[in-house]
Each structure stands twice: as structure tokens, then as C-alpha cells.
Unconditional design. Structure first.
Length: 132
């Protein structure tokens, strides 16, 4: 089923489909799938939403994730996670596969980890809402 967004725009807020990315991870390896194009703004709170899909090229294994997290950045420092990354859904044929959001410098990245012994192709999109 498609997911539809209704963005309520308030002063200093916006919904952005920031980036999509693809990557391949070897057996048991973690790979960066997508990175926000621009650094998270200073003195802002940002909600990040990532849709992630991974699987073997022969489609014998697969996984899907819907991840949401909130970050704040103040005083020119690095982003700080507000609470924890929340997986709205985690669907996997092999429970050792994983996807998560992580901080890299002033960017938020999507990472995928393939099961040991398997090579996965990963795809992700990042949307975010920021309040500046």
C-alpha cells in the first residue's frame, strides 16, 4: 500500500525528501546506503524518516525497515539523538539483517548490515522535517 504524507507547514518547518541511495554489503558487512545531502542545521530539531529495503539479488532473502528518529543540534556541535531510533516496522527473512540510522559528523546516515555469508543490495530514502 502506498504511504501518503500530508505536510502541515508551520513557521521554520518543512518536509523534505532529501535523498535516496543504493549500496551493496558483503557477507555480514555494514554499509552506508544513504547520507543526508546537507548537514543538519545548527540550533534546530530534526525528525528523520527512512524507508529501507535490502535483499539478495536472487530475491531468496529480503528485509524492510521503516525507521524514525529525532535529532537536535545546538551551538555548532554534532547532532544528538533525542531518545532512540525507533523501528516502526522490521520485516526480515533472516533476523541477522539490520538497518539503522547513525550520526556521521553533522550528517545522519542510513546503514544496512547483511547476514553473515550473504551479499545484500540495499535501497533507502530519507525524508526529514526540521524545525529551525
Amino acid at each position: 500500500l502506498p504511504i501518503f504524507y500530508t505536510a502541515i507547514r508551520a513557521s521554520g518547518s518543512r518536509l523534505i525528501n532529501e535523498v535516496s541511495g543504493t549500496a551493496q554489503s558483503g557477507a555480514g558487512a555494514t554499509v552506508t546506503i544513504a547520507t543526508t545531502i546537507s548537514a543538519l542545521p545548527d540550533n534546530a530539531v530534526t525528525t528523520v524518516i527512512a524507508h529501507v529495503t535490502g535483499g539478495k539479488s536472487d530475491e531468496s532473502e529480503g528485509c524492510s525497515y521503516y525507521l524514525v528518529a529525532c535529532y537536535r543540534r545546538t551551538g555548532g556541535g554534532a547532532p544528538t539523538l533525542c531518545g532512540a531510533v525507533t523501528a516502526i516496522w522490521t520485516l526480515e527473512t533472516d533476523a541477522t539483517a539490520n538497518a539503522t540510522l547513525a550520526i556521521s559528523g553533522n550528517n545522519i546516515i542510513v546503514q544496512g548490515t547483511s547476514p553473515a555469508g550473504d551479499t545484500y543490495d540495499w535501497f533507502a530514502t530519507i525524508d526529514y522535517v526540521k524545525r529551525t
